[in-house]
Design a protein around this ligand. Structure first.
Ligand code: ZN
Length: 343
């Protein structure tokens, strides 16, 4: 399973079909329940595996079709969490309110979290597969703590559970395990102080490739409003990348195209594979292959060719299926053009 130069993949999530759940929402309601829901999730996963392959992507994911939300999908399989009594909490430093479950007792996994979709993914593509899990710091920022009373202790407790699931995913045949840590871009000092350490705990003992995705969030209004306050240069990565560069995590997924991230910050990730965001998830406009190849060219000034992997800026979950599909195709075409241009 060798992969070409400029191997393409998506950050993680894809839109759910209208027959599976509500659409264009971050916390969509499922349309079925019980066995029927399990089947519908599997059907949607298969559909997106095929769509990613047809588009020509090199690394395939499950599109997170089996989880309502990228954080809560994991938490549903954790004992010690009260999902019955969700509370409203400002998350990502109060950028937006979410109804979040409460941690009420010591955390323990009820069993496997993503076995079904990981095995389905492995069985239905010969390409490399990537599987995403929420990172410990982002989980801590998406639950209400009524038990630990200490963020770091709770993050380490979650990291242990993530590690259990990650080791099991590796045994299922997953090639790349990616932890999603948008919170790193919000609490930069804490990320450098203990977020990266918690991440390394989650990745402990893995022999597959490990990755972290750090972004400025989905293309929802709360996020685009927040981005508008960040000024001309978004330098959040500058505070976190040095700590990541020293860590055991092998790949870093970052936002680039249509952002105000100075490209030279990628140079701080020396020694890491860099998944460069060449697809904007906050716009329905489809990138042209030329635009994508240009972004790759810009990144090439700071990232060696063999370490550069074109990716989306973030997940595509809240978009329309049609737009998401076209963006996947654009991603593959843009990478192909870059292979010719920078051969
Ligand atoms: Zn993201």
């Amino acid at each position: 399973m060798s992969t070409p130069v400029f191997s393409t993949s998506i950050a993680g999530s894809l839109p759910k079909p209208a027959w599976l759940s509500e659409t264009r929402k971050l916390w969509p309601q499922w349309k079925a329940e019980g066995e029927e829901l399990q089947q519908a999730k599997a059907d949607a996963t298969l559909l997106w595996i095929k769509a990613q392959e047809d588009a020509g992507l090199d690394i395939i994911g499950d599109g997170e079709q089996s989880r309502q939300h990228f954080v809560h999908g994991f938490l549903e399989q954790v004992d010690g969490i009260d999902f019955e009594h969700k509370v409203k909490m400002g998350i990502r430093d109060n950028r937006y309110d979410a109804m979040v479950p409460q941690v009420v007792a010591a955390l323990r996994l009820k069993g496997r979290v993503h076995a079904a979709e990981a095995r389905l993914l492995r069985a239905h593509t010969h390409k490399k597969i990537k599987f995403t899990l929420p990172g410990p710091m982002t989980i801590v920022d998406t639950v209400a703590d009524r038990f630990y009373g200490d963020k770091v202790a709770m993050a380490m407790a979650f990291a242990e559970l993530l590690n259990q699931e990650a080791l099991a995913l590796q045994a299922d045949g997953v090639d790349i395990i990616q932890f999603d840590e948008p919170a790193f871009n919000v609490y930069m000092k804490e990320a450098a102080d203990w977020g990266v350490r918690a991440l390394e705990r989650a990745a402990q003992g893995l022999s597959c490739t490990t990755a972290v995705h750090i972004c400025y969030g989905y293309g929802i209004k709360a996020n685009t409003d927040w981005k508008a306050t960040l000024g001309e240069e978004w330098r959040q990565y500058e505070l976190v990348f040095p700590a990541l560069a020293k860590s055991c995590i092998q790949q870093v997924s970052l936002e680039c195209f249509a952002s105000h991230v100075p490209a030279h910050l990628m140079a701080l990730l020396e020694g890491k594979d860099v998944m460069v965001g060449v697809i904007d998830v906050a716009s329905e406009v489809i990138e042209t292959p030329e635009q994508i190849a240009d972004t790759i060219g810009l990144a090439l000034q700071y990232v060696p060719k063999a370490r550069l992997m074109p990716c989306t800026n973030c997940g595509l979950a809240p978009m329309s299926r049609e737009v998401a599909l076209k963006k996947l195709e654009a991603l593959a075409r843009g990478a192909e053009l870059a292979r010719q241009r920078y051969a």
